[in-house]
Write a protein that binds this ligand. Structure first.
Ligand code: MN3
Length: 200
């Protein structure tokens, strides 16, 4: 049972007027993400003990194992990208009251949340991801992970939002201006309805 590249939940040109071009989505989804899925399937097919494992199980069982670095990286990247697409929306940037209240309770204000998220995404040195998560104690928190790591591998709780800060995510649209890409994500692209639906 091979892993499959999920379809984007919107048209390739649906975010073009909001700072994410059709070209970025074509390369990012059809080339980068498809590449991770293909490599993961090859690696799983080559190791009998990995047959039939879920994506989450593959991430957990390969973590920290020198002979499974490829499985960890490609399983993590498949999870992270599948989740990232869900957090983008042509209607993005609008925060439902349920989430807004929770953010104000846990961060002090929406501005403070955006500031913390931006700092994490900006200061992730090299490739990686910044997340809004709900910790096991129910509190919201910001986290950053390097390369293919994620809340499953690092036990950070339930992911609500994520931004991909690998250069391939923003270089066509924002060149080297990662901070502008992050601001654009939070204000215009982030699917806060999706994040609210994941709240416990
Ligand atoms: Mn990416």
């Amino acid at each position: 049972m091979a892993f499959v590249l999920p379809k984007l939940p919107f048209a390739y040109d649906a975010l073009a007027s909001k700072g994410m071009s059709k070209e970025t989505l074509e390369f990012h989804h059809d080339k980068h993400h498809q590449g991770y899925v293909n490599t993961l399937n090859d690696l799983v097919a080559a190791k009998a003990e990995l047959a039939g494992k879920s994506l989450e199980d593959l991430i957990k069982l390969s973590k920290g194992k020198p002979d499974m670095v490829g499985v960890f990286n490609n399983a993590g990247q498949h999870f992270n990208h599948s989740f990232f697409w869900e957090t983008l929306s042509p209607e993005g940037g609008k925060m439902p009251e349920k989430l807004e209240k929770k953010i104000i309770a846990d961060f002090g204000s929406v501005e403070k949340f955006k500031e913390e998220f931006t700092t994490a995404a900006k200061t992730q040195f090299g490739s990686g991801w910044a997340w809004l998560v709900q910790k096991p104690d129910g509190k919201l928190a910001i986290a950053k992970t390097a390369n293919a790591a994620n809340p499953i591998s690092e036990n950070l709780g339930t992911p609500l939002l994520v931004i991909d800060v690998w250069e391939h995510a923003y270089y066509l649209d924002f060149r080297n201006r990662r901070p502008d890409f992050i601001t654009n994500y939070l204000d215009k692209l982030a699917n806060y309805e999706f994040a609210a639906s994941k709240l416990a």
